[in-house]
Design a protein around this ligand. Structure first.
Ligand SMILES: Cc1cc2nc3c(=O)[nH]c(=O)nc-3n(C[C@H](O)[C@H](O)[C@H](O)COP(=O)(O)O)c2cc1C
Length: 359
């Protein structure tokens, strides 16, 4: 384990080398031809920055507030299933790394570690819980109850799955999640022995409605975010049905191929929400300048999935915290060079579309 990375790309390279072909295809892959997977990264790069000079900015802080609490930077850890395939420390290591870096971890419903154990592993850290809805409302309620009892501050309902996308790398590798790794939070909620991923997906509610979201939001004692929106129309509906915020996301290009890259979907959603709720975004964030671009376009914060997964694969907690540290340092430098003392000072005046390439 070297961890002497200069950028997230270094962690990605090392992380990819560490993993067996099956888990590697699962973590790195996207849906179909992986157009959206690639576009997510490329679309941030289609924006150019407009720095302001002579602002007399001496001290820069990347710290900001999300859901009324401070984070060291507006970069949160996205929910990623089955982290024990990356490293034995699994979600506990991810939570410790996030806590060390001063930010929030969002734990997946499909985690290999129970919410209560994640809380115990990083008691000082902040945590949110990603929720898949189940056909049996009792299962959904039990999942939410354990999370809330374990100090998870928000429920993030993922609405762009199920069903799972067409992951051709997994199909080619004949890969399926090893049942022995288990999803203990979920099995406790279902009240059965370990379930295969196919059994889990069969139990999920594939026909969730806005009315269901409104019920969930009114029953929940913590704020509910909706993750997996790509349109202004759905952002409006989410707010109308009780969401405290939205996460602009296409599941890291893993669900419907050729949907918009999140950087391209973000502006219309920011405009529709118009400051009434939090707007988060994920997908393809690999650099501090990607974070700065997202914030300039109006996001309150971003989440990263694969970057921290590579960190976890290489070095458990330490790798996660190192990747987050790299992003924080890059964001701090970007803010200084843009003439901003804090993330709140970024605005649309700091970005414009890249000029069209000359033929
Ligand atoms: C291997 C993997 C597993 C994921 N599992 C989940 C999940 O269980 N629930 C969920 O809402 N999103 C899941 N996601 C999507 C992430 O939360 C996030 O939207 C995406 O990774 C962001 O893109 P990025 O990886 O380019 O940062 C997963 C993503 C990956 C790469």
């Amino acid at each position: 384990m070297s961890l002497d990375w200069v950028s997230v790309a270094d962690a990605e390279r090392e992380g990819m080398e560490k993993l067996e072909p099956g888990p590697l295809g699962y973590f790195a892959g996207g849906a179909g031809d992986e157009i959206t997977l690639g576009e997510n990264v490329a679309a941030w790069g289609r924006w150019r920055l407009r720095p302001r000079v002579l602002n007399g900015v001496q001290e820069v802080s990347t710290a900001t507030e999300v859901l009324g609490g401070t984070v060291s930077m507006p970069v949160l850890v996205a929910p990623v299933a089955y982290q024990r395939m990356a490293h034995p420390e699994a979600e506990a290591g991810m939570a410790r790394g996030a806590a060390e870096a001063g930010t929030v971890i969002c734990l997946s419903t499909l985690a290999n570690t129970r919410p209560s154990e994640v809380a115990a592993a990083a008691p000082g850290g902040r945590r949110w819980f990603q929720l898949y809805s189940f056909k049996d409302p009792g299962v959904t309620r039990a999942l939410v109850a354990e999370a809330v009892d374990s100090g998870f501050e928000a429920i993030v309902v993922t609405v762009d799955a199920p069903p799972g996308g067409n992951r051709e790398r997994d199909r080619r590798n004949g890969f399926t999640m090893p049942i022995e790794l288990g999803t203990p939070g979920l099995t406790a909620a279902v009240g059965e022995q370990a379930l295969s991923i196919e059994e889990v997906f069969a139990l999920m509610n594939h026909a969730l409605t806005w009315a269901d979201l409104a019920d969930l939001a009114s029953e929940c004692s913590v704020p509910v975010f909706v993750k997996g929106l790509l349109t202004a129309e759905d952002a409006e509906l989410a707010l109308d049905h009780g969401a405290a915020g939205v996460v602009v996301s296409n599941h890291g290009g893993r669900q419907l191929d050729r949907v918009l890259a999140t950087a391209d979907a973000l502006p219309e959603i920011v405009d529709a929400v118009d400051g009434r709720a939090a707007v988060l975004v994920d997908g393809g964030i690999r650099r501090g300048i990607d974070v700065a671009t997202a914030l300039a376009l109006g996001a309150d914060a971003v989440l990263v999935g694969r970057p921290v997964l590579w960190g976890l694969a290489c070095g458990g907690r330490e790798g996660v915290s190192r990747v987050l540290g790299l992003l924080r340092e890059e964001l701090e430098l970007a803010l200084a060079l843009l003439g901003c003392a804090s993330p709140a000072e970024l605005s649309r005046a700091h970005v414009r579309r890249a000029p069209a390439a000359t033929p």
